[in-house]
Design a protein around this ligand. Structure first.
Ligand SMILES: [Fe+2]
Length: 179
């Protein structure tokens, strides 16, 4: 079999492939969760969230393909089974419950933030431990995309405290109940 000679040792390539497969698993779970909420969401923000999640799952679908193909470019094989994704993923599924829209947004924001933390660590590992600046750069791009997606989700939750007149609803105007 022809050996790959791109200036990385076998050990370095395998290290990077392992990180990429973990990122692939998380991206896949996030795709499933985002699609499920795109289908399930109800409430006054239905249209905005339904459309936002469609945009996000389309971006995730493209990223998944890029991650898997980068694994191949480094001489590895991407994980491609549901069982394998569940085993490697760091984010968790929520057993098929159907929460309120705000809770959906909050869960997905948490997941994106988890993915951002993982990617930040993987970028450092790729360049410091595995001497692979190409993958470090690739993962940095993914991290920036997740940062933007997380910001869009957080903005929905932060808006929850706003009343229709745009003023913050702090709850302080309520008359205290006497004992
Ligand atoms: Fe759809």
């Amino acid at each position: 079999m022809r050996t790959i000679n791109i200036g990385l040792s076998e050990e370095q390539r395998q290290g990077v492939i392992e990180l990429l497969n973990r990122d692939l698993a998380d991206a896949y779970l996030l795709l499933i969760k985002t699609k499920k909420y795109h289908w399930d969401v109800v409430g006054p923000q239905f249209r905005s969230l339904h459309e936002l999640w469609e945009e996000q799952y389309q971006a995730l679908t493209e990223n998944i393909d890029s991650i898997a193909e980068r694994v191949r470019a480094l001489g590895g094989y991407p994980v491609g089974t549901a069982e394998g994704f569940l085993e490697l993923a760091s984010i968790k599924e929520h057993g098929g419950d159907i929460p309120m829209a705000t809770e959906m947004v909050s869960r997905l924001a948490d997941d994106h933030e988890q993915v951002i933390r993982n990617l930040r660590e993987h970028v450092d590992q790729c360049s410091d431990d595995f001497h692979d600046e190409g993958t470090a750069d690739f993962l940095t791009g993914l991290m920036e995309q997740h940062e933007e997606m997380a910001w869009m989700l957080r903005s929905f939750i932060e808006g929850e405290d706003l009343k229709a007149d745009g003023k913050l609803s702090t709850g302080k105007s309520k008359v205290p109940v006497k004992a």
